[in-house]
Design a binder for this molecule. Structure first.
Ligand code: NDP
Length: 269
C-alpha cells in the first residue's frame, strides 16, 4: 500500500484528492492547519496531521512523524495554496511575500524534506498543484501568477534532477475548481483595489471570477488527474483539467501576447 501525504487537505482540491485516493486504497495523510476539518476525514481512513507550511518546524515535524509511523512517504501532493488578487501597485509586498511563501517556498521545502527518504527507497512521486494561471495571466493576479509560474519552473528543473533516483515530478494545471479560494481571493481584491485607480479593472476581474465560480468544476476532476499522474508508468510532465483550462491554454498558444492581452481586457469590460 503506497503512502501519500497531501497538503491543503482540509479543503477544495487537497480534500477531494485525499478522499479519492483513500477510496482507491492508498494510505493517506491529510495535512493542514485546521485540524478539526481534517478530523472529519477520519471516516475515509485519512490520517489527519497538523501542518503550517509557513513554519519550518511544523513542516519538519510533519514529515518526521509520518516516516516514524508509516516508515515511508511514496507520494507527496503539494496542494496547500493561497490566491490573493490585487493590482501590483496596490498590494503590499508583505502580502505578496506571504503568497510566495505558501505557494512557492513551502512547496520547495516540503519537497526538500521528502527527497532524502524517496532517494533512499529509489521511489517517489511529487505532485505539484500549479494552475492554468501558471501559464496564462489576468490583470490583478500578478503575485498569484508569479507564484505559479515559479512552481512550473521549479518543477521542470526538479524533474530532471531526480529522474535518475526513480522519482517522478508531475504538475497539475487546474482551471476553475470549486473551493474556498476564489471567494477569499476576490474579497481581498475588492479591499485592496476596489476603490483605487484600478477599480474598473478590479470590478471586471471580480465579475469574471463570479462567472468562473458559477461554471467551476468539482475538485474530483483534479483528484482523478492526480491519480492518473501517480499511477502512470511514465507520467506526463503536466496534466490539465477543470473548467476552461484547456481552452485558455489553447488560446494562449495560438494568440500573440498582444492579441491575448486584448482578448482578456475585452472580457473584463
Ligand atoms: P482552498 O482554499 O479550498 O484550499 C487551500 C488549502 O491550503 C486549505 O486546505 C488550507 O488549509 C491550505 N493552506 C493554506 N495556507 C496554509 C498554510 N499556511 N499551512 C498549511 N496549509 C495551508 O483552495 P484550492 O483547493 O482551490 O487550492 C488548492 C491548490 O489548487 C492551490 O495551490 C491553488 O492555487 C490551486 N488551484 C486552484 C484552482 C481553483 O479554481 N480552485 C485553480 C487552479 C489552481 P488550512 O487553512 O486548514 O491550513
Amino acid at each position: 500500500m503506497k503512502t501519500v501525504l497531501i497538503t491543503g487537505a482540509s479543503s477544495g482540491i487537497g480534500k477531494a484528492t485525499a478522499i479519492y485516493l483513500a477510496q482507491k486504497g492508498y494510505k493517506v495523510y491529510g495535512a493542514a492547519r485546521r485540524i478539526e476539518k481534517l478530523k472529519e476525514l477520519a471516516k475515509f481512513g485519512i490520517k489527519p496531521i497538523s501542518l503550517d507550511v509557513i513554519n519550518d518546524e511544523s513542516m519538519v515535524a510533519c514529515i518526521d512523524d509520518i516516516i516514524k509511523e508509516a516508515g515511508r512517504i511514496d507520494i507527496l501532493v503539494n496542494s496547500a495554496g493561497s490566491g490573493y488578487y490585487g493590482a501590483l501597485e496596490d498590494m503590499p509586498l508583505s502580502d505578496a511575500k506571504y503568497q510566495m511563501e505558501v505557494n512557492v517556498f513551502a512547496t520547495a521545502r516540503m519537497i526538500q524534506l521528502v527527497l532524502p527518504s524517496m532517494r533512499a527507497q529509489k521511489y517517489g512521486k511529487i505532485v505539484n498543484i500549479s494552475s492554468v494561471g501558471g501559464k496564462v495571466t489576468l490583470p490583478m493576479g500578478g503575485w498569484y501568477h508569479a507564484s505559479k509560474f515559479a512552481v512550473e519552473g521549479l518543477s521542470d528543473a526538479l524533474r530532471k534532477e531526480v529522474q535518475s533516483f526513480g522519482i517522478d515530478v508531475v504538475v497539475i494545471e487546474p482551471g476553475g475548481t470549486k473551493s474556498e479560494m476564489t471567494g477569499l481571493g476576490t474579497e481581498y481584491l475588492s479591499k485592496i483595489s476596489g476603490s483605487s485607480v484600478y477599480a474598473p479593472l478590479a470590478k471586471g476581474v471580480i465579475k469574471m471570477y463570479a462567472d468562473i465560480v458559477k461554471s467551476a468544476s468539482d475538485p474530483i476532476v483534479i483528484a482523478k488527474l492526480v491519480q492518473k499522474g501517480i499511477e502512470a508508468k511514465c507520467p506526463k510532465a503536466r496534466y490539465v483539467g477543470a473548467s476552461g483550462a484547456k481552452l485558455m491554454l489553447f488560446l494562449r498558444k495560438i494568440l500573440s501576447d498582444r492579441m491575448f492581452d486584448k482578448m482578456v481586457l475585452n472580457q473584463l469590460k
